[in-house]
Write a protein that binds this ligand. Structure first.
Ligand code: DQA
Length: 147
């Protein structure tokens, strides 16, 4: 099985970016944690981060028929990118939406996710563990579907 982890704009700055909201863990640290967990389960995992909407659309399109699951933190694009939403709708790979912070208890404009109606599920507010929880869910689904 293969999993793709996609991160959107400004997440390359994790560790130094508003640490009181997003924590002190870097994106590289998060990717290493996910990689270690996936490897332990014998699952391949790839990572991609971009600050550019079109690059994320390209990656989502390319992921179709190749990956089994996509874990996506679309960052600010979550709240307004119809292009990302349409890309998710266009492919058959299930996507899990991730946020470090609890978007529902922050500014009003973060309460809406235009992606939420087209993803498998959303995990938010757990910090780095949002990513780890999403991976754990995917690993459990892979075990169940292999039975
Ligand atoms: C975020 C939440 C978004 O509202 C914000 O624009 C981000 C990060 C999160 O992981 O908490 O960049 O997706």
């Amino acid at each position: 099985a293969k999993i793709l982890v996609l991160n959107g704009p400004n997440l390359n700055l994790l560790g130094t970016r508003e640490p009181e909201i997003y924590g002190k863990t870097t994106l590289k640290d998060i990717e290493e944690l996910l990689k270690a967990r996936a490897e332990k389960a014998g699952v391949a995992i790839d990572f991609f981060q971009s600050n550019h909407e079109g690059e994320l659309v390209d990656k989502i399109q390319e992921a179709d028929h190749y990956y089994d699951y996509i874990l996506l933190n679309a960052a600010a694009f979550t709240h307004y990118s119809i292009a990302l939403r349409d890309a998710i709708s266009a492919i058959s790979v299930p996507v899990i939406e991730i946020h470090l912070s609890n978007i529902h208890k922050r500014e009003e404009f973060r309460h809406t996710s235009v992606l939420a109606p087209v993803v498998l599920g959303q995990i938010c507010g757990l910090g780095v563990e949002s990513y780890l929880a999403a991976l754990e869910a995917v690993l459990a689904k892979l075990v169940i579907s292999a039975k």
